[in-house]
Design a protein around this ligand. Structure first.
Ligand SMILES: [Zn+2]
Length: 310
């Protein structure tokens, strides 16, 4: 495997909403509008991009017996790439490689006079540079999703208007666009999403980042629902909408906001590199909120049933 150079994206025409990603190894994959962004932001993928990479670097012992620091880094980098395979998310994997490689190059330039330093310390610094960019990228995507989902604040509005300004000025001069890092992915994808008049949103059921394909005001994603993995959030959502007609809209909104906020905290804690305990704590709060919500709905339903019977 050679050194990573990112992915080439060919954005489809308005008639054909499929976009094709060409990988360095000659393979390709079709994505829907915003699909690459959705892939990179998926919880299971983010966990590999952040936690697994950090775990690998933390357990890495400094290697000896290779002639130069650069050769050492090259071999470490290749071993890291072999350790981080994400077959179900090829674009995220390719972009991890090229973003990490860019971080490595940046660190090399910064410390060109200090070649003798320990390899593991150097890799840790590369990880910091790499994860800093991922956290910025994820933070921008979340700010946009918060604004588009109606749960934004002054800060997210500010970030969103900045990103939209960038995206609207990013011109697709070529039919195929090379993307090598997280932020250039955000620009390419968001520019295309906006041209297609679509939005980045939080799912009101599972909290995932998604890009609604048909109606931009869709609030539920089409991924598997956490309550029942064999069904999609939008199926569960239709059920919830029926229930909501009987219930209280204020509570529905408060629940939506709480779930979005907690999912955000999990993501933010993870990209900041906070401990697993804190992430588990937020996850328990999400479970508790889902339980509270379900119980409340049950209570409303049985009240309605009782009064109908009575
Ligand atoms: Zn969902």
């Amino acid at each position: 495997m050679g050194f990573a150079q990112g992915i080439d994206i060919c954005y489809g025409s308005t008639k054909d909403d499929r976009n094709v990603v060409f990988f360095q190894d000659g393979t390709q994959k079709d994505y829907r509008v915003g699909g690459i962004l959705e892939e990179v932001m998926r919880d299971d993928v983010a966990e590999i991009l952040v936690d697994r990479v950090r775990e690998w670097i933390d357990k890495e012992e400094p290697k000896t017996g290779i002639s130069s620091a650069k050769a050492l880094l090259r071999s470490e980098y290749l071993r890291l790439c072999e350790a981080i395979e994400i077959p179900q998310a090829p674009s995220a994997c390719a972009l991890f490689r090229s973003t990490f490689y860019e971080a490595l190059m940046r660190e090399l330039i910064r410390r060109k006079d200090r070649e003798e330093e320990e390899n593991s310390a150097f890799l840790k610094e590369c990880y910091e540079t790499y994860i800093d960019e991922y956290a910025t990228f994820a933070g921008f995507v979340e700010a946009v999703a918060a604004s588009n989902s109606g749960v934004g604040d002054e800060q997210t509005e500010l970030i969103t208007s900045m990103v939209e300004d960038w995206a609207d000025h990013a011109r697709e001069k070529l039919s195929t666009l090379r993307v090598t890092n997280w932020l250039s992915l955000l620009l390419a994808e968001y520019s295309h999403i906006r041209k297609r008049k679509k939005r980045i949103r939080f799912c009101a059921n599972c909290g995932r980042i998604f890009v609604p394909q048909k109606r931009s005001d869709t609030i539920y994603c089409d991924g598997p629902a956490p309550q029942n993995m064999s069904r999609c959030c939008n199926e569960i959502g239709a059920q919830m909408r029926r229930k909501r007609k009987r219930g209280d809209d204020g509570d529905e909104r408060a629940h939506h906001n709480t779930i979005c906020r907690l999912h955000n905290m999990v993501r933010r804690a993870r990209s900041r590199g906070d401990g697993k305990d804190l992430i588990e704590y937020y996850r328990r709060k999400i479970d508790a909120e889902m339980l509270r919500y379900e119980n409340e709905k049950h209570a409303i339903d049985s009240n309605i049933n009782n009064s109908e019977e009575g």
